[in-house]
Design a binder for this molecule. Structure first.
Ligand code: SF4
Length: 306
């Protein structure tokens, strides 16, 4: 059985799990290429106009492999953490794909509750039964997939730079080099280090989130806000850079919450969509980094001379 895995959305966080599980069950895996111009253009062509860039890009990934697969993994993620929700676009993703792209092979439509062991196992078992009737093999593959995921550390934490920034946003915006125009490499080229939310502990995130008048109930909002507040208020970084998808409601709320908390701490928001031009993007990063360097010099001067 040929099973397709689109390299979009939460693929960047959970690929060790799904790839190991399917391989262990003997499926032939077809993973789409890294995002490129064709994938982006196809995504824009197939997806509804109002959707955000990551959802469009996911459509492009699906379109790029649909004719080579018997089944495509389109996770209907419902929940990642207890008492929190994920963006509704994830919950309706299978329908969006089915009704937007013609001549699709079979896709997974099962709801996935990652917040509970039982919920995750149910999803895995149903997926496994599409490949084999052997429940023992499914259990073994599930165990190996869990180990592969446990041993995988997603995120960036540099230690060799004098000036460091927190790179924030949904994982697919931070790790998809094509849609974010290689922002990680650009920041490094300017001599700045990066830390991402994965290197801020859950306790530190919770502590910041609990100070809010109302706790955000979106998992993405909690992570980005908590990490930004912790890193800025404790001066663990010199600035914050937030990669935001145009038309993302969650981003709009989180950005305002961060601004309100960190006040005049340096904060740059980079909006991305299919129209974003690289020249303007580069200029904004350059100007922000110039400002951080000047600020750092003034701070060192003040601390040296009182
Ligand atoms: S959270 Fe925002 S960027 Fe992510 S899928 Fe939802 S609308 Fe798009």
């Amino acid at each position: 059985m040929k099973i397709g895995i689109p390299k979009g959305l939460l693929y960047y966080k959970y690929y060790p799990f799904i790839e190991t599980f399917l391989k262990e069950l003997g499926a032939e895996i077809i993973i789409s290429n890294d995002t490129n111009k064709t994938i982006l253009n196809d995504g824009v062509k197939y997806c509804v106009d109002e959707a955000c860039l990551p959802i469009k890009v996911f459509h492009g990934h699906v379109a790029s492999i649909k004719d080579k697969c018997d089944l495509i993994i389109v996770p209907r993620i419902m929940c990642i953490r207890d008492k929190e929700y994920i963006c509704p676009k994830f919950c309706g993703l299978p329908e969006m794909i089915k009704y937007s792209i013609q001549d699709m092979p079979r896709i997974t439509e099962l709801p996935l509750y990652m917040n509970s062991k039982k919920g995750l196992y149910e999803w895995v078992k149903k997926l496994g039964l599409m490949i084999t009737g052997n429940l023992h093999a499914i259990d073994m593959a599930y165990m190996k997939a869990q180990n592969a995921q446990k041993n995988f550390k997603c995120g960036i934490k540099d230690s060799e730079y004098k000036i460091n920034i927190a790179l924030l946003g949904h994982p697919y915006n931070v790790y998809d080099k094509y849609t974010n125009m290689n922002v990680v490499e650009k920041i490094h080229k300017f001599g700045m280090g990066i830390i991402t939310e994965e290197f801020v502990s859950n306790e530190a995130i919770d502590k910041e989130v609990d100070k809010l008048f109302k706790r955000p109930f979106w998992s993405f909002a909690r992570n980005s806000y908590g990490a930004a507040a912790y890193l800025a208020l404790n001066k663990k970084v010199d600035g914050l850079v937030y990669i935001s998808s145009f038309a993302c409601g969650i981003d709009s709320v989180v950005i305002e919450l961060i601004k309100d908390t960190v006040k005049d701490f340096p904060f740059l928001v980079l909006k991305i969509d299919e129209q974003t031009g690289e020249a303007g993007f580069n200029t904004r990063i350059e100007a922000f980094i110039d400002m951080l360097e000047r600020r750092k010099k003034i701070e060192s001067h003040v601390s040296a001379h009182g």
